[in-house]
Every structure is written in C-alpha cells, then in structure tokens.
Write a protein that binds this ligand. Structure first.
Ligand code: C2E
Ligand code: CA
Ligand code: CA
Length: 566
C-alpha cells in the first residue's frame, strides 16, 4: 500500500513549501485548508495513515482536529507543526494521546522526515494488530470490496450495497475498555459472517463500520426484509466481560447504478445514508437519497461551530413544568438546553447533543446547564415563589468522568441550591449498558443529597427489576408510550405495569410528552404521579416559567401560553 499523508494548513504557501520538502519521499500527499475539510478528505481516503496539521486555523484548531481524528480513524497518526507559542495550547491534545509528535515552525527538514517515517511505521503496526485480532482472512478490505463490486457492475449484475454502523459503539468502548470493545467487535463480525446471505461479501470499512455487498437486488420490501434477517440475531443480548449488551445498527443501502454509478460512489453514498439518521432520528434502515449529502456536510460545519458556541454565548436554557396529577401544582421543572446558531437559527438538542457528546464538548456544556439551572432555582426561591424540584439532564459522556460528583458538589456550593431541590435525569439506555459502573457513582451522587430519575424509560428494553439495584427516586415513561394512549391496549397495559412496579419499588412516575386530555385521563386512571408535556406547557423561558409559577394550579391546554417559545 502506498504511504499516504494528509497535510492541513490554512496557508497555501506553507502547504506548498511542505510539499517541496517531501517531494523525494515517494509519499502520496493530500492536502486540506481546514479541519472540517481534512475530516472530509480522511473519510474519502481510507489509505491515509498520517496527518500533519498546523495548530492555529480558523474554525477548528489542529488540536481539536486530531482529537476527532483519533476517535474516528484510530489507526491514523497525528502530528502538529506549529509555533512554539502554541505548545501550551496543544497540551490537552497531547495528553489525550491524539498527538503523536509536536514539531516546531520554522521547521528542520530532517526532523520532519524522521517524524513522518516513524509515524508511518506506527500506523502500520496499529493496522496489523487490528488485522490479527479480527482475523481479516474472513473479511474483505475496502479495496477488495470495491474490486468485487466493479466486477459485478462491469458484468451488468445489479447489486446491492449495505453500510452498517454500530449504534453508539463509542459508549461501549468507553465503558468496557478497548480490549473488551475489540472483543465485542469480533463477536459482531462473526455474527454478521454467519447471517449474511449466500454469495454476499462482508468488509470492514473503519472502526465499527462494515459494508456488505450482494450480487442481486430486489424491491424495497425485499431488501429491508434481507437487512432484518441479517440483523435478527442481534435481538439477543451479547455477553462480554460478564455484561449483557444490546447491539443495534444504523444501516444505509443503495443499488448499483441507481444510487451510485461507480462502486466507490455507491459505497460512499450508502455510508452517507447510514450516517444521515445516526444523529437525527436514531436507529433504522435508510436508502440513499441525494439530499442526504448536503445535510452531512452541514453537520461537519455544525460540529466545528459548536466548539465556539459557549464562548459566543449562543446557548440558553428553557424550563418545562412537571405537574402533580392530583393538584395541578408544579412539583418540578426540567431544564432543557437550546442553541441559537448565528446563521442557522435555533438548532434542536436532538441534533447537537450527540455532536457535543462525540467531541466531548458535552462536559463543559453540561456543567454550564447545571449551574444555570441551580442559579435560577435560587433566584425563584429568593423571590418567594413556591418550591419545586429542578431537573437537569446528564449525558452518558458526563457520567464517564470520575470527577462528576466533585463537579456537582462544587456547583451546589457555589450556587447555594439546597441539594434536595436538585434532580439529575439519566437515560435508561445509558443505565442498561453501564449498570455495574453506575452503582458506585450513583451512590456518590446520592450522598450529596441530590435525587435521581431514569429518563426515557421503555426505550432501552431493560426490566425494572434490573434497574432496581440503583438508588433511583423517580422514573420517566418515554413519550413513545404515551402517544399510543388511550387507543393502544398494548401500550396501556405496559404503562399500567410500569406504574405499578415503580410504585412497588417506591419510585414516583412521570409521564413524558402528554399532549391531550384523553392521555391525561388515562394516566390519572392508571395512577401516574406527575405529567410533563405540551398539555400543560411546552418548555418556556425563565420569565415565562415565573408566570406559570404565579398562576397555579395550572389548567391543562392553557392556550394563554400557546404563543410561547418552544
Ligand atoms: P428529554 O430529556 O426526553 O426531554 C424531553 C423532550 O421532550 C424535550 O425536547 C421536550 O421539549 C419534549 N417534549 C416535552 N413535552 C412534549 C410533548 O408534549 N410533545 C412533544 N412532541 N415533545 C415534548 P427537547 O428540549 O428538544 O430535548 C430533546 C432531548 O435533548 C432531551 O430529551 C434530552 O435528551 C436532550 N437534552 C436537552 N437538554 C439537555 C441538556 O442540557 N443536557 C443533555 N445531556 N441533554 C439534553
Ligand atoms: Ca430528560
Ligand atoms: Ca425524556
């Protein structure tokens, strides 16, 4: 394989000077003028083994770029070439292991050549070790998949390509550790090899992404049926390191000539389709559509803008009341984050929270939300408004940090909020995957006097008795269960059981996303404790929430507030 290097600098003159230095090395050299562009080039060129980047660049810095590269392209070695003055700023990236070497401008030619040669050797070693581990005799490389697809396309054999991306693999890796993470990948590959259709080929694209190509095609239903049977064995939990894990996939697919007239384009487009819904709507199978290409680029830009959003004061929070079913009084508020982008306007947390999680920005952002909520709660308390529990969402990424309890404690002390007025919401999906690690952390958080709620309950397929081991005070039933009320008997039965079991375990129950009187009546009948949803109020600004506090008990479908910002 030819040694391929990516140079990143916003100054073309420097890119050209570097290319001159490297002229005689025989490396294939690609270049990019920004971090965002560099990520695109990496995505399109899996042969790149080394990235040499400037530090100071508009948008994303070289350090931020390499942290991202380490996460998404683990075999690629990152080098920074910058002025000595930037050394301090690069420390973070150096400490995180994302930067292999720091080279100083003005550069010394032989130093650069040595550093590059050692980086290429390191990268090859990394690739070899993962090949040994995963037994690549079975799996095809990207190049081999493309060759095979080419052969079919040249012989006019209509073929189908699937791109499979393991949902949230990073969180498995973070909680299990890399070794067990690799074991999990090996089990996933083995299972895919067993269930793939006859005549098809499976390849590993990068990290936790796979592609499957088949020398036939069918109707939309037939292809979807095929994907379902391929993934059917993953309905069962996978046992790794005494844990039971539920693995799911985002799948993009396309058909030769229709969704890409070269094999490379077809594979690339199926990848775009798999990624498209990854951040937007969760798990699913999606056929490629040209419009998806634009959105993916937009997301890249969004991610780099997110780095600046905190300092640019683009974040704000809104509050949504949780209302007591029997009295109509506000017993809690959920604090929800909003991002007002300078050109795109308000962006939904459903999109940007996962972007913030994948770049670790969620940690400072999450702390900011927590302080904001605690300060606001204190302001209302000092104004003599009726007390209630303030809830803040914690992301899985924040829960991975050992210093979280310390950070919560500091925020409680600085803001002066009474800990029994603070609740933290943690999603069921996170708990399911991390129950063993969570126990100690939760006990530490509980010891601060703060209460805990399980969020989005019902989406993670865990049983309540499983979660019973955790010191949790309250449970929030996911909106997807409430939507079906009162018509769906199945949903009604499920909700009834969840409420009964929660009460047996001394947990209070909140129904999320209640929008109609009929849903409210059903939930009242089923003895649900609290209601959160548009029926009473959408999330509103602090000023608007104050008006709600002053006008209790709340009257459902209170259109007085229907003009409020959501
Ligand atoms: P979540 O924690 O489940 O929050 C409830 C979401 O449901 C909110 O969406 C809220 O606006 C919406 N909602 C409430 N009542 C209704 C209703 O009656 N009908 C409908 N259709 N929707 C309703 P939002 O604000 O867009 O937030 C989406 C998700 O983003 C949140 O889901 C949460 O997972 C995440 N999020 C928001 N703020 C934060 C934050 O500060 N930190 C973290 N880690 N995640 C956050
Ligand atoms: Ca929540
Ligand atoms: Ca929720």
């Amino acid at each position: 394989m030819q040694r391929t290097l990516l140079l990143v600098d916003d100054e073309t003159a420097i890119l050209n000077a570097l290319k001159r230095v490297l002229r005689r090395t025989g490396y294939q050299i690609l270049s990019a003028e920004s971090g965002v562009k560099a990520l695109e080039v990496l995505q399109d060129n899996p042969d790149i083994q080394v990235v040499l980047t400037d530090y100071r660049m508009p948008g994303m810095t070289g350090g931020e770029l390499l942290v991202e590269v380490k996460e998404r392209f683990p075999h690629v070695m990152g080098l920074i070439l910058s002025g000595y003055a930037d050394f301090g700023a690069v420390t973070n990236a150096l400490n995180s292991g994302a930067v292999h070497k720091f080279l100083i401008k003005p550069w010394n030619e032989s130093e650069i050549l040595d550093a590059l040669s050692s980086s290429f050797s390191q990268s090859s070693l990394r690739m070899q070790s993962s090949e040994v581990l995963f037994g690549v005799d079975h799996l095809l490389s990207r190049g081999e998949l493309i060759d095979q697809l080419n052969q079919w396309m040249e012989s006019d054999i209509r073929s189908t390509a699937l791109y499979l991306d393991v949902v949230n693999f990073k969180s498995f890796n973070d909680s299990l550790g890399y070794e067990e993470g690799d074991q999990l990948l090996a089990v996933i590959m083995e299972q895919l090899m067993l269930s793939k259709p006859n005549g098809s080929f499976l390849g590993r694209m990068n990290g936790d992404e796979f592609a499957l190509i088949m020398p036939f095609s069918g109707s939309e239903e037939e292809i979807q049926g095929l994907i379902k049977s391929l993934l059917y064995p993953f309905d069962d939990l996978i046992n790794i390191a005494e844990r039971e894990l539920h693995v799911s996939f985002n799948v993009g697919y396309g058909i030769s000539n229709v969704d890409g007239n070269t094999s490379e384009l077809l594979l690339r487009n199926t990848q775009v389709a798999a990624n498209y819904f990854k951040r937007l709507e969760g798990i699913g199978f999606h056929r490629y559509q040209p419009v998806m290409n634009n959105i993916s680029k937009e997301k890249m830009v969004l991610r780099s803008d997110l780095y600046r959003a905190l300092e640019r004061n683009q974040f704000s929070v809104v509050y949504q009341p949780k209302v007591c079913m029997s009295t109509g009084h506000i017993v809690g508020a959920e604090c929800l984050l909003r991002w007002k982008h300078h050109s795109l306007g308000v962006i939904s947390p459903a999109i940007f929270i996962s972007l913030a999680e994948s770049s670790r920005l969620i940690e400072p952002i999450g702390e900011w939300v927590l302080s904001k909520a605690c300060y606001q709660s204190q302001i209302w308390k000092k104004e003599g408004l009726p007390p209630f529990l303030m809830s803040v969402n914690l992301s899985g990424r924040q829960l991975m940090s050992n210093t979280l309890p310390e950070k919560i404690k500091n925020i409680i002390e600085i803001t002066g909020i009474s800990p029994d007025q603070l609740q933290l919401e943690i999603t069921e999906t996170y708990l399911m995957q991390n129950i063993d690690n969570s126990l100690q952390l939760f006990n530490e958080i509980k010891a601060l006097g703060v209460s805990l709620a399980i969020d989005d309950f019902g989406t993670g397929y865990s049983s309540l008795s499983y979660l019973n081991r955790l010191p949790v005070d309250s449970l929030k039933i996911d909106r997807s269960f409430i939507i079906g009320l009162p018509k769906s008997n199945e949903k009604k039965c499920l909700v009834k059981n969840i409420i009964q079991m929660s009460h047996d375990l001394d947990m209070s129950v909140v129904a999320e996303g209640v929008e109609t009187q009929a849903q409210l009546d059903t939930l009242r009948h089923l003895k649900c404790d609290e209601i959160q949803g548009y029926f009473y109020s959408p999330p509103v600004s602090a000023e608007e929430f104050r008006i709600l506090l002053e006008n209790q008990p709340l009257i459902g479908k209170n259109y007085l507030y229907s003009g409020m910002s959501i």
